[in-house]
Design a protein around this ligand. Structure first.
Ligand SMILES: Nc1ncnc2c1ncn2[C@@H]1O[C@H](COP(=O)(O)OP(=O)(O)OP(=O)(O)O)[C@@H](O)[C@H]1O
Ligand code: SF4
Ligand SMILES: [Mg+2]
Length: 364
């Protein structure tokens, strides 16, 4: 059984918390302590760059610059899920941290709903943080081991002064129910939960401030496949109930296939292909995307109506360094179709058909 088959199959005793499957446990468009409602916000990212400058090793040499994110643009509709995929080191987490305003912005504009969050700082940024939250890959290291689960979940409310202090515990218990945990578990410490349950705590904490956008950075990568399906189901239900907008990051195309509306493929800090889920899985155009898909079992089969053409060779080698990457197409060193032009000219991301964008000289 793959993840798609497992989705929507309901509760799994191993995790001790099902996806809830309905609103009997506190889901629904409920209000927070301030009577505010969670509602998704459209996200618009324009020409985002995050360059990290290394230490200067010599007065005669410029310090090395890591181009972790190098001109990324995309839009996510309110209440939609946008997937960001690519190999390790391509800049997914740095993009996420930049959106959260936790990484320094070298350039670019980030708009969430009516707010231009890239322009905010100081108190205005602090106040806006309630509208965008993040769920991390490793639920264990992202939760304070010395705190009880209820205190972890309510902490953002305490830090931002949201709701009356007396109401915050009630809100934490409401969030517990919303993510499929019981009130009795509120007094436990993180080590007393399973991996999937810890991810539910991370999600409850992210939901506490009724954000419109949640950035999920590899939220299921550390979990067993069966538990992955439960957390993906929970994310889908919360999105339906609360109208959340998701940026969903994964190195695994098999995961994003089931939950994303649109998907961007990143390579060395840039988007090389972007398309709707259907377009990307039935007609991948960039040789890098094709190679990534070839590495995913059952992707090109009958279940998703995918192409039955011969699979391209699997990816060999590593991406070049993001410090002084070579001229031309950054994928040229690994691309089976590379030509002389590819090593000279950098291909621009351009529209091929119906919102399908690709950066490759040989695609038309
Ligand atoms: N604070 C930093 N200073 C210098 N370089 C950094 C910093 N953070 C990230 N990088 C570099 O930026 C590039 C992108 O890293 P990032 O963590 O965003 O990749 P990723 O796609 O999330 O990878 P993974 O799948 O392994 O999580 C990498 O080359 C990384 O070494
Ligand atoms: S531009 Fe050339 S090297 Fe780059 S992906 Fe296309 S064919 Fe391959
Ligand atoms: Mg990462």
């Amino acid at each position: 059984m793959n993840r798609g088959d497992k989705l929507n199959r309901g509760r799994d005793a191993g995790d001790g918390g099902g996806d809830g499957g309905g609103n009997g446990s506190g889901s629904g468009n409920r209000s927070d302590g301030n009577g505010d409602r969670a509602a998704g916000h459209a996200l618009r990212v324009e020409n985002l760059k995050v360059h990290f400058r290394g230490a200067r090793r010599s007065p005669f040499r410029r310090p090395a610059v890591v181009r972790a994110v190098d001109g990324v643009s995309f839009q996510v509709g309110a209440g939609k899920t946008f997937g960001l995929v690519g190999e390790s080191g391509c800049g997914k987490t740095t993009t996420a941290l930049a959106l959260m305003r936790l990484a320094p912005l070298t350039a670019g504009r980030i708009r969430l709903g009516r707010r231009v969050i890239s322009d905010l700082d100081g108190e205005a940024l602090r106040a806006a943080r309630r509208h965008f939250q993040m769920v991390f890959q490793d639920p264990y290291s992202s939760l304070d081991p010395r705190k009880r689960a209820a205190d972890i979940v309510r902490e953002p409310l305490d830090l931002m002064g949201i709701g009356a202090p007396a109401e915050r515990r009630g809100r934490a218990l409401e969030l517990f129910a919303q993510v499929g945990l019981s009130a009795a578990q509120a007094a436990l410490f993180p080590h007393q939960f399973s991996g999937g349950q810890r991810q539910r705590i991370g999600l409850a904490r992210a939901l506490a401030t009724t954000p419109g956008l949640i950035v999920c950075d590899e939220p299921v990568s550390a979990l067993d496949v069966a538990i992955q399906a439960q957390i993906l189901n929970l994310l889908a239900r919360l999105q339906r109930d609360l109208g959340l907008t998701y940026l969903f990051i994964s190195h695994d195309l098999g995961v994003v296939q089931n939950i994303c509306d649109d998907i961007a493929v990143m390579y060395l800090g840039r988007i090389v292909e972007q398309a709707s889920r259907a377009q990307l899985f039935t007609r991948p155009l960039h040789p890098y995307t094709q190679a990534l898909l070839a590495a995913v079992p059952r992707m090109h089969g009958a279940r998703d109506g995918g192409s039955r053409r011969a699979r391209p060779a699997r990816l060999a080698g590593d991406p070049p360094s993001p410090i002084n990457p070579p001229p031309g197409c950054h994928f040229a060193g690994r691309c089976p179709r590379a030509e002389a032009q590819c090593r000279r000219e950098s291909p621009k991301l351009r529209s091929i058909a119906g919102g399908h964008l690709v950066a490759c000289h040989l695609v038309d």
